[in-house]
Design a protein around this ligand. Structure first.
Ligand code: ARG
Length: 459
């Protein structure tokens, strides 16, 4: 079939070239944005008397009909069209005749595709941010519930100091609040309309770019037409924010996988978010968490792919830029899926506080507090550190823990030890004493929860 752009050439391309060139198989997902953008364009052409008011209305009604027919499934995409923009214009012209051919006045697919992608992405960014907020709310509930549940805090995956599970969860909450910020920030810069940039240089028609921008909910217009059609930095920003969010979800997933192992047994995931093994009957596998961890690589890849695509292309539009969409769509889909599964998985997991406590008791994680006890009684910290270390060594050799050594055993190392040491090294005391802002004490965790609720406007 002759191409819509047939003119200089006959438009007869090889079918292999057609397939290679075509983007309708993936850009059809932007049909709503494409049609809404075209309706605003037709209205602008009418308002500026570039076409008659009547023609503008005919175009708008025609586009509206195409939109509802696509929504209802009455109309199907024609995969022989090069892209979604060509498809909509083709159907419009079939339905309206010559008037349909007026829609593309003072416009190019170059500014059209940039417009569609910005409109598509700003909505997706908003829903991804809302889903992240839902995850935050779920984590805040869990942190509140487990604010006094003692577990070992780790460094180098070695038991380090006692913390609460609530405190640990709040660390992720803080990361996610910044992810929400990044997504919001991304939309701030994205929300400038490129339409009216035309092919690259603007147009000779007396258009009103701000009229269209306002109609489509943009805050303003791209102030340089070459920039408007050439850059995809708004996609890069989204992919970068998305990759960071995935990195956080992945670290959290890794902990969920560890915690639900027999070795830790800190949590148990609901059956609804685990799978069994086809051969080993005892298995309960954290597949969802593993997949979130695994899919993180895809989103990193999407970011790298787009950065690489963009790095060497001269201004303005080049067909390389058609490659932007699959990366963006893949990241959008992945983020939606991961957030959709993460939130209920966390909401339904059960916490094995007894096992967390047992692990906290076994690793001498109060050794710092034992040293601090001696410091309080007047010993320099380095000397206190040494004695505490020697006592840990003694315990390990004799299969004991610090809590079970007798006062006499303690006093053999320092006369400063008295009965009150047992209270000082009790895990509850270790946690309760860490009252510094942002620390692990219950009051500090409560303050963190309140802080996040305030900044995120959560009731
Ligand atoms: N399908 C194209 C894309 O996704 C639309 C823009 C085409 N413009 C052009 N001059 N060939 O980038």
């Amino acid at each position: 079939m002759a191409k819509m752009w047939a003119g200089r050439t006959a438009g007869n391309t090889d079918s292999i070239a057609d397939d290679f060139n075509s983007s309708i198989s993936f850009d059809s997902r932007m049909y709503r944005q494409d049609i809404t953008g075209s309706m605003a364009h037709a209205a602008m052409l009418g308002a500026k008397n570039i076409i008659t008011q009547e023609e503008a209305q005919t175009l708008i009604d025609g586009l509206d009909g195409i939109l509802s027919d696509l929504d209802s499934g009455k109309l199907e995409f024609d995969m022989s069209c090069e892209d979604i923009h060509m498809f909509v214009e083709q159907v419009l012209t079939e339905r309206l005749g010559d008037v349909g051919k007026k829609l593309h006045t003072a416009r190019s697919r170059n500014d059209q595709v940039a417009l569609d992608l910005r409109m598509y992405l700003r909505d997706e960014i908003n829903t991804i941010r809302e889903k992240t907020e839902k995850l935050i709310v779920t984590l805040l509930d869990a942190a509140e519930k487990h604010k006094a549940v003692i577990m070992p805090g780790y460094t180098h995956l070695q038991r380090a100091q006692p913390i609460t599970f609530g405190h640990h969860l709040m660390a992720y909450v803080m990361m996610l609040t910044r992810d929400c910020d990044r997504l919001r920030d991304c939309n701030k810069r994205l929300n400038q309309s490129p339409i009216g940039s035309c092919a690259l240089a603007g147009t000779t028609y007396d258009t009103d770019r701000r009229f269209e921008a306002k109609k489509l909910g943009f805050d303003g217009i791209c102030m340089n037409s070459i920039d408007g059609v050439s850059d995809r930095d708004f996609c890069v920003e989204f992919l970068s924010a998305g990759a960071t969010l995935m990195m956080h979800l992945s670290r959290f997933s890794e902990e969920i996988i560890l915690w639900s192992s027999w070795e830790f047994k800190f949590i148990e995931l609901s059956d609804a978010y685990t799978t069994g093994s086809s051969i080993m009957p005892q298995k309960k596998n954290p597949d969802m968490a593993e997949l979130i961890r695994g899919k993180t690589g895809r989103v990193y890849g999407d970011l790298m792919a787009l950065l690489t695509t963009l790095k060497g292309i001269p201004l303005a539009y080049n067909k390389d830029m058609q490659e932007d969409k699959e990366s963006v769509f893949d990241a959008v889909d992945t983020l939606h899926m991961c957030l959709d599964v993460m939130t209920p998985m966390i909401a339904t997991m059960s916490v094995r506080a007894d096992n967390m406590k047992k692990a906290a008791q076994g690793g001498f994680i109060n050794a710092t507090d034992l040293a601090d006890y001696l410091v309080k009684k007047g010993m320099p910290f380095r000397s206190a550190y040494k004695i505490s270390g020697q006592l840990v060594g003694k315990c390990i050799a004799e299969g004991k823990v610090l809590e079970t050594l007798t006062l006499d055993e303690y006093r053999a190392y320092s006369e400063l030890f008295e009965e009150d040491l047992y209270n000082d090294i009790a895990l509850e005391t270790c946690v309760e004493k860490r009252i510094s802002e942002g620390g692990t004490s219950v009051t500090s965790v409560e303050a963190q929860i309140k802080y996040v609720k305030d900044i995120m406007n959560i009731k």
